[in-house]
Design a protein around this ligand. Structure first.
Ligand SMILES: Nc1ncnc2c1ncn2[C@@H]1O[C@H](COP(=O)(O)OP(=O)(O)OP(=O)(O)O)[C@@H](O)[C@H]1O
Ligand SMILES: [Mg+2]
Length: 276
């Protein structure tokens, strides 16, 4: 198996030493009120305060419409907050950053580009050296199990395979942080479990920071070192759980006492808020 760390970085990395001091993401009272068409503003996110240390796998779980995507889009610099402060590596975030990778709910691949060219998209946009980027893209395709599909088109792949392409694409420019918005929501249960193990492996090997949004309580607990539990609109953080999961875990962890206790805690919290 190939170690991601051994890949040639094509983008400058932040100094690793700096990471232990400053959280990679620092949201302080972050808030979002959308201006609705009927003039009645919608508060999607109540002030949220959250620090994410570099290298953490953080999951965010909450019911539909509680502002998870809104939070992620603000962290991605895609939409501006209407209140609060958002720091990326200690500096105010002013827009999309090259040091981030994003995986959306559906793979959003370009049907006219091959798998390899889809993976290369961020590298093309950032005008990174072509040769190195192609080499890295091929290595990433190997890591997500699609080495033989580089020349295929998205239409020739299954949903799970397309989502793997999207994951490889989010990593091709070697970002420090990857934001994932329900990336496996559309997959069947078995593929989803496989992808969960795959994303854990990638995290372990690459030491990236991962912010992972999901509807699924088991997925949130299985993947996260910490789980942020959000309540309905306007979304706010109800609780943050430290899962204490071992770094090397497999699906058997889902039958552990610890796993059961965490999932029960989240279900109880949701139930108290009228979500079942
Ligand atoms: N562009 C927008 N304009 C107005 N309201 C919006 C906009 N985007 C989202 N909202 C509202 O903000 C709230 C939060 O939306 P968001 O998409 O962040 O929720 P979510 O937690 O990601 O939901 P889901 O789990 O269904 O994806 C919702 O009530 C939604 O209607
Ligand atoms: Mg969403």
């Amino acid at each position: 198996m190939m170690a991601l760390r051994s890949l040639t970085p094509v983008a400058a990395q932040p100094a690793a030493a700096a990471s232990s001091r400053v959280p990679i993401i620092d949201a302080q009272g972050l808030e979002k009120i959308y201006a609705a068409r009927d003039g009645k503003p919608i508060q999607a996110l109540a002030p949220v305060t959250l620090q994410v240390p570099e290298g953490e796998f953080l999951t965010i779980v909450g019911p539909s419409g509680c502002g998870k995507s809104t939070l992620l889009k603000m962290v991605a610099g895609l939409i501006p907050p209407t209140g609060g402060k958002l720091l990326f590596n200690g500096k105010p975030l002013s827009g999309p950053q090259r040091n981030m990778g994003i995986v959306f709910q559906s793979a959003v691949l370009f049907p006219w580009r091959t798998v390899l060219d889809n993976v290369l998209l961020p590298a093309d946009v950032l005008k990174l050296p072509r040769g190195q980027s192609v080499e890295r893209a091929r290595e990433l395709l190997k890591i997500v199990g699609l080495a033989d599909f580089a020349g295929k088109y998205p239409g020739e792949l299954s949903g799970g395979m397309q989502q793997r392409v999207a994951i490889a694409r989010a990593l091709v420019h070697d970002p420090a942080i990857v934001l994932m918005d329900e990336p496996f929501g559309a997959l069947d249960a078995m593929t989803r479990e496989t992808m969960n193990l795959e994303i854990l492996r990638i995290w372990k090997e690459s030491k990236k920071t991962i912010l992972f949004v999901t509807h699924s309580i088991p997925e949130a607990v299985f993947l996260g070192q910490r789980v942020v539990i959000m309540t309905p609109r306007p979304g706010r953080i109800a609780e943050v759980i430290e899962t204490g999961m071992p770094i090397d875990r497999d699906l058997e962890e889902m039958s552990s006492e610890r796993f059961g206790a965490h999932t029960l805690r989240i279900r109880t919290l949701f139930k108290a808020k009228g979500i079942s």
